[in-house]
Design a protein around this ligand. Structure first.
Ligand code: BV8
Length: 232
């Protein structure tokens, strides 16, 4: 085993599935009959802010009813005990990585517990419902607040930091993601061209499985603790 210094981990909805948070594929990419691509877009929000606020209010409220699972906890343990650098990037908008003990989590698609104002760009932590009547706590604009979520067609967060980490990693591990959404689905290719080993831990082969040097299939609560224990 070559000395492992830097690991980059990308997680998707599959790591939170066993905590009871529905993945996008389980819902068949639908939510209450709406294609996620319709609801999770700036156009969808402009067209029907009441519907989109409801979509996120329900998911934000559900966070209080779920717990981190053994996979989240294992990654928290890896981050605190691994001697090298562990960069944890997630496509998920839940807070289960943090509640599982991880820190400095890169939420490239935003977070349910964050909001920003479309009028003044003020950003704040938000645990309550947002509605079209909500006023921005900074500029008081009614209807200014929106969920701090990266929608389809919007630029994911912290891409420079993620790309630098991928260019300098020895191992890239993808956990619980279908590899359907870009740019996250392209990270394995960047890691490979920079010489990293690549590992996929997923319930079933993802759309990007062929790009990984190694793939293990099973549930995250089984695969992730086993993998972390093999490293520590
Ligand atoms: C951008 C927040 C440009 C919303 C999300 C055509 C071709 C290629 C690309 C495009 C294209 N047309 C448009 C694009 C770009 C587009 C895209 O990729 N579209 C796809 C649909 C083709 N991407 C974007 O728009 C991105 N932005 O490109 O910007 C740009 C450039 C410059 C300047 C401005 C703009 C933004 C994408 C972000 C969208 N937001 N999330 C919300 O959460 O409400 S995406 C959302 O869906 C998730 O965050 C996640 O990323 C994705 C779903 O993926 P997964 O997490 O993988 O979940 P999924 O259900 O699909 O899979 C679950 C997996 O877990 C499965 O494999 C399953 O087997 C496994 N699993 C299940 N249970 C378990 C398990 N594994 C282990 N254990 C278990 N128990």
């Amino acid at each position: 085993m070559s000395t492992l210094e830097n690991i980059v981990i990308l997680t998707g909805a599959g790591i939170s599935a066993e905590s009871g948070i529905q993945t996008f594929r389980d819902a068949g990419g639908l939510w209450e009959g709406h294609a996620v691509e319709q609801v999770a877009t700036p156009e969808g929000f402009a067209a029907d802010p009441v519907l989109v606020h409801r979509f996120y209010n329900l998911r934000r409220a559900a966070l209080g009813t779920v717990e981190p699972n053994a996979a989240h906890i294992a990654l928290g343990k890896l981050q605190s005990e691994f001697p090298g650098q562990v960069t944890l990037v997630t496509q998920n908008v839940d807070d289960l990585h943090e509640r599982g003990g991880a820190s400095d989590v890169i939420h490239m698609h935003g977070e349910l517990l964050s909001a920003f104002c479309t009028a003044c760009n003020y950003r704040w932590r938000e645990a309550e419902d947002l509605t079209v009547e909500t006023a921005c706590p900074a500029c008081q604009t009614v209807g200014g607040p929106r969920p701090d979520i990266v929608w389809f067609g919007e630029m994911p967060y912290e891409m420079d930091r993620i790309e630098r980490a991928l260019q300098n990693c020895d191992l890239f591990v993808s956990i619980g993601t279908s590899g359907a959404v870009y740019p996250a689905a392209g990270f394995v290719h960047l890691a490979k061209t920079c010489g990293a080993r690549t590992l996929e831990l997923n319930l079933e082969p993802s759309q990007g499985s062929g790009a990984f040097r190694e793939a293990r299939h099973g549930s995250a609560t089984q695969l992730v603790p086993e993998w972390v224990d093999s490293l520590l």
